[in-house]
Design a protein around this ligand. Structure first.
Ligand code: MLT
Length: 263
């Protein structure tokens, strides 16, 4: 379904019934990346799967920031009548958005899953490159980032079908959406203080072959959190939920099973 936020349309899917889980995708991807997990979770959970502004089927938000992405998600939850604390799953840029949500509404986050992401901000030269790429994307389109990311996105065993499918999804991202997200990522703050202050349970998921957010980033997050478990998905690259959905689901289920009962 589409919900309207500040006159913009945001696409959000819901599946199943039960304790809510909010899934936040990476850049320049879409909620589609969580589809392989839905059948294994929908019996016991209400899965809320948005496309972030300017990605998938959602309109871009001019001047978007991590805070805007996070506020959109809170508005989408309100529009869906969902006011319970939720388990928050963020992949890569979705992890950056998840940290922002934790800063804004820690009371709503019952548990946090940080998949293939990092807590540190961009180094100055990385931020500079992102800003430069944003300008090029506005002129040339998101194919530029699709082609740049594709060689690093998957582990060595991912098939050509998967690579082609996700190249097409990335390339179809509206140029304004991809450029806005690049600028938002370049401006994001250090999230280590946020992570260290969190009192909810945290699961960190790494891909053994992740070349974008390497396993060392995951170890740093596990070590910085008060209470975190680290699961490494064997054989997977940056897209661990897509590449190895069975192993990702098993890790997530183990984590969910260990959560204290909701109050
Ligand atoms: C992502 O997968 O969301 C991005 O690659 C994250 C990033 O570029 O920092």
């Amino acid at each position: 379904m589409h919900v309207t936020i500040d006159g913009r349309s945001l696409y959000v899917e819901t599946h199943g019934d039960g304790e809510p889980i909010l899934f936040v995708h990476g850049f320049p991807l879409s909620g589609e990346m969580w589809a392989p997990l839905v059948p294994g979770l929908r019996d016991r959970h209400r899965l809320i799967v948005p496309d972030l502004a300017g990605h998938g089927r959602s309109d871009p938000a001019p001047g978007v920031t991590m805070a805007r992405f996070a506020d959109d998600l809170l508005a989408a939850l309100a529009a869906l009548g969902e006011d319970r604390p939720f388990t928050l799953v963020g992949m890569s840029m979705g992890g950056y958005v998840a940290f922002e949500l934790c800063r804004r509404r820690p009371d709503r986050v019952r548990a946090l899953v940080l998949a293939n992401t990092r807590a540190q901000p961009d180094a100055p030269e990385v931020a500079r490159d992102r800003r430069e790429t944003a300008g090029r994307v506005r002129r040339e389109g998101a194919e530029l980032v699709a082609d740049g990311m594709l060689p690093k996105l998957f582990g060595p065993d991912a098939g050509d079908d998967l690579r082609e499918r996700w190249r097409a999804i990335m390339a179809a991202t509206p140029a304004e959406g991809a450029a806005g997200a690049l600028l938002a990522m370049a401006d994001r703050p250090d999230s280590f203080p946020t992570l260290a202050a969190l009192t909810c349970p945290v699961l960190v998921v790494a891909g053994e072959h992740d070349a974008i957010t390497p396993p060392a980033d995951a170890t740093r997050m596990r070590d910085a959190a008060r209470s975190a478990t680290l699961e490494t998905i064997a054989g997977a690259g940056h897209m661990s939920a897509v590449e190895e959905p069975r192993a990702f689901l098993d890790a997530l289920r183990r984590f969910l099973a260990g959560l204290p009962a909701p109050r």
